[in-house]
Design a binder for this molecule. Structure first.
Ligand code: N01
Length: 545
């Protein structure tokens, strides 16, 4: 303990999948002095907060949404369903925390109130809301891509007197909907997962929908013992395959749409719809996300399914998505469209009947009044950039990140920011984030950061910093990939379009495997795009690579 509080090699902000692995890797594999912090009361990150009914991993086959670094862990954890329920993911993470003795180095219920870089000492200093100060050479921001809740700002909403919950800040106690009139705003993954569950219990559910969504049947089921055993046996190959195939181990068909007649293509869509999961996207035809005509054909197929499922034609009409299929986050559901056939569920299309105001016990829209006892805000997040801006670190010259990122979320490799030496992000803007399996993505990003730190120590470098030129090049690179697809055309959170006033910028890297190849290339090219400073001994010279 010095005047500057506790001194570490690295401080980690966040104890979700990313932060927990960073702690394990930096501490146990590199022998660094590390401390992690989280505002939550336990490990789990997004899984600690998102406890709404119906929360599940809405990605293909759950055994792959897990850590891959330990074969023992793979062998001992019993996954039970293809779409793991939220509480089971949390139980897994709690097990990992104990199994790898992480808890002793994580401080919970602690918010970082300030984080600043000191150019003279080449170190980061943080202050916590507990009145403590800590410093370290490296600041690892595992702050979560989907953390800062997006709260709608409707007139009178603060005066609503009933219960109100955001899906991303769900209470730990059970919320009872029995006998209650529930209003749900938002039909992204969280809304689509929770609405069918809430409808089973509530007296009435009114869904307020701003954008109708494409959603595919998850076909969740129990994993068989044989599947689990096979997964363990083939684990080495599967992991290698995940690294090469965008995070999931599945081989995809490389079919050309023009080789099939429209009737044959339709039969293939039917088959893949029955299989469920994201098969319709990844296993139908090459080019679904780049070719407007083909995309429209798949979109129309899904619209046809919605028309078939939803009995009331007027409700079905309101549920028709009108953007390019898959360009907003594709959703996997368990009976979402079927829920609209229940007598106790109604749909308000906000594009035709917008919200005027809230009263203490109702939502008043242009054409009516909807009395409610409980309001569920499934309105999503200030995604990817939001949690870094909440931390709002001060870099060189005391410049706050909110100044640097006022108009664009400039970064290099999705993990570093010019002007913020020795700061690394896991799942930052410009990284694959949700376009790759996040646990594995976090492991691989951390391994790259750790290797960089190791090399800095070997060479007596005190600081690493991305150049502005490298940031501009990275921006061009990730946009060039995105611009080859239809993704930038959607008003999605990928584009920052869900939050009023947020700069419109594609927030991810669409090709996970290519991204990790780029990380390796940069390291092999002597960390091209970075400058290094020697450890300060009173000098301030910089050495560019
Ligand atoms: O948030 P969203 P989410 N008035 O932004 C609407 C991951 N996830 O929490 O589409 C009215 O997708 C908004 O409308 P629009 C996953 O990556 C994972 O559902 O912007 N409506 C939209 O319908 C996912 O993509 C899992 O026009 C408003 C909805 O609210 C990401 O988290 C589970 C509004 C928000 O949808 C975010 O999902 C859940 C307003 N003022 C989520 N503001 C698992 O794997 C917003 N909306 C378990």
């Amino acid at each position: 303990m010095s005047d500057n509080g506790e001194q570490y090699d690295a401080l980690i902000i966040g104890a979700g999948f990313g932060g927990m692995y960073a702690l394990h890797h930096l501490r146990d594999q590199m022998g660094l002095e590390v401390r992690a912090f989280d505002g939550a009361g336990g490990v789990g990150g997004t899984w600690w907060y998102n406890r709404y009914p119906g929360a599940r991993v809405d990605a293909p086959s759950s055994p792959f949404y897990a850590y891959t670094f330990s074969k023992e862990l793979v062998d001992e954890w019993e996954w039970t369903e293809t779409q793991t329920p939220g509480p089971s993911v949390l139980a897994y993470l709690e097990h990992v925390a104990e199994r790898f003795d992480l808890l002793k180095d994580i401080q919970f219920d602690t918010w970082i109130s300030d984080a600043r870089y000191d150019e003279a000492t080449q170190r980061w200093t943080i202050e916590t809301d507990q009145g403590e100060t800590h410093s370290a050479q490296f600041l690892i921001c595992a702050t979560g891509a989907l953390f800062v809740a997006n709260m709608p700002d409707y007139p009178g909403i603060a005066d609503f007197a009933g219960e109100c919950y955001h899906t991303g800040r769900w209470p730990h106690e059970k919320v009872s909907f029995e006998g209650k009139r529930v209003g749900v705003i938002g039909t992204g993954s969280s809304g689509i997962q929770s609405i069918p569950e809430i409808a089973k219990e509530a007296d009435h559910v009114t869904v307020f929908q701003r954008t109708p969504q494409f959603s595919l049947p998850a076909r969740n089921r129990r994993l068989t013992r044989e599947e689990l055993e096979k997964y363990r046996e083939d684990w080495e190959d599967l992991r290698a395959s995940m690294c090469h195939r965008g995070g999931w181990p599945f081989k995809t068909h490389r079919r050309k749409a023009s080789d099939y007649t429209p009737e044959e293509r339709h039969a293939i869509y039917e088959e893949l719809w029955e299989e469920g999961g994201i098969n319709l996207s990844i296993n139908s035809f090459v080019g679904v996300m780049t070719d407007k005509e083909l995309n429209e054909e798949v979109g129309e197929f899904v619209r046809g399914k919605i028309r078939e499922i939803v009995r009331d034609p007027e409700t079905a009409r309101k549920l028709m998505p009108d953007y390019y299929y898959g360009t907003k986050r594709l959703i996997l559901d368990n009976g979402y469209f079927e829920t609209y056939n229940r007598d106790n569920v109604s749909l308000v299309d906000l594009r035709e009947d917008s919200i005027v105001e809230f009263t203490p016990d109702a939502v008043r829209t242009k054409h009516g009044e909807h009395p409610i006892d409980v309001l569920v805000l499934a309105t999503g997040f200030d995604a990817v950039s939001g949690s870094m801006l909440k931390l709002n670190p001060k870099g060189r010259g005391g410049v706050r990140l909110e100044e640097k990122w006022g108009e664009r979320f400039d970064n290099y490799l999705g993990t570093t920011i010019s002007g913020y030496p020795n700061l690394f992000m896991i799942h930052g803007p410009g990284s694959p984030g949700v376009f790759f399996t996040m646990p594995l993505g976090g492991e691989r990003t951390t391994a790259w950061i750790a290797d960089c730190i190791r090399q800095m120590r070997e060479k007596d470098f005190g600081a690493i910093e991305a150049t502005e030129d490298a940031e501009a090049g990275w921006d061009r690179e990730i946009n060039a990939i995105a611009d080859r697809t239809l993704f930038p055309l959607a008003n999605s959170w990928y584009m920052g379009a869900n939050v009023p006033g947020k700069p419109r910028q594609f927030l991810g890297h669409l090709s996970g495997s290519q991204y990790f190849d780029r990380l390796s290339e940069v390291a092999e090219a002597d960390y091209e795009g970075f400058t290094f400073e020697p450890v300060h001994d009173g000098e301030t010279s910089t050495e560019a690579t």
